[in-house]
Design a protein around this ligand. Structure first.
Ligand code: ADP
Length: 270
């Protein structure tokens, strides 16, 4: 509330004006701290691939008369610069999404198109791991949104489903209408997420297992981007997961008025 300062879980009553000032300062400090952490994290994340590239360049110089070694190092340079490129792209996406720029106009977007494009973008990675992506649910749903952002969000969820699955498992993406929202669920039967990490995975740079995430080429930004896309659209993203069984991420985006209603779900309030 306005008339108090939040101290951990309790609220200390204070006269109005004093409380307002105090709360303002607390809020500013917190924002500053978050920004400082973010810059420090970005610096750290950039340092790793840049350092690796420098070492690899040196290694190539020294291995000049060993074509096989040169080949190997060149491959690693390509992988490291891929990762660096992805990191920079995601940082730009994230900074655009989390404010500053006004959101482009929300227009009717076909959920089927979003899913098809996201599946397309993930197909190569899925094939490389012998994973199938099944598309199901209700066809013809229309949401109010920014198509490019929605494609990015669903692509990130699918890319994670692929990255954190092992063996020839199936991944499913399905849409349905519920209470005025389109729910897009991405399900995998991969490694799952331990309970203690489940809410934190949406934080920037948060990874359940640093070493595993690095080997999958992850940046720790994918789900933070999904969360921003959801909130920009007046929607949400939630996770269900069980360690060793798999995960389902559900993205909810408001249906466009006049959108197809789900005959088996609740009436669509648009
Ligand atoms: P990353 O680039 O590391 O995948 P994300 O923000 O997309 O970053 O995800 C954060 C962390 O959440 C990942 O490092 C991983 O530990 C966990 N995670 C995300 N999606 C899944 C999933 N489908 N199955 C298991 N763990 C996941």
């Amino acid at each position: 509330g306005v008339h108090g300062v939040r101290l951990h879980s309790g609220t200390v009553p204070l006269p109005g004006p004093v409380a307002l000032v105090l709360q303002d300062i607390t809020e500013t400090r917190r924002t500053e701290a978050v920004r400082r952490d973010f810059v420090a994290n970005v610096g750290h994340e950039l340092k790793t691939p840049v350092g690796a590239l420098a070492l690899l360049a040196e290694a190539i110089e020294q291995a000049a008369d060993d074509p096989e070694a040169v080949q190997r190092f060149a491959g690693r340079i390509a992988r490291e610069s891929d990762r660096l490129g992805r990191l920079v792209r995601e940082l730009i996406d994230l900074s655009r999404l989390q404010g500053g720029e006004p959101l482009p106009e929300l227009v009717p977007v076909e959920v089927d198109d979003v899913i098809a494009e996201a599946v397309d973008r993930t197909r190569t990675a899925a094939r490389a791991k012998d994973l199938q992506i099944a598309v199901g649910g209700h066809a013809g749903l229309v949401v109010r949104g920014v198509e490019s952002q929605l494609v990015t969000a669903v692509t990130n969820l699918l890319a994670n489903a692929v990255a954190y699955s092992e063996g020839a498992n199936r991944i499913a993406v399905a849409a349905r209408a519920r209470s005025g929202f389109a729910e897009i669920a991405v399900t995998d039967s991969g490694v799952g997420i331990p309970r203690k990490d489940r809410q934190r995975v949406f934080e920037r740079f948060y990874r359940v297992d640093q070493s595993r995430a690095t080997s999958t080429g992850g940046t720790g930004l994918g789900l933070a981007i999904v969360k921003h896309v959801a909130s920009n659209h007046g929607g949400s993203v939630t996770v269900w997961s069980e360690e060793g069984l798999g995960s389902t991420f559900t993205l909810r985006i408001p249906l466009s008025s006049g959108a197809t209603s789900d005959p088996h779900g609740e009436p669509v309030a648009a």
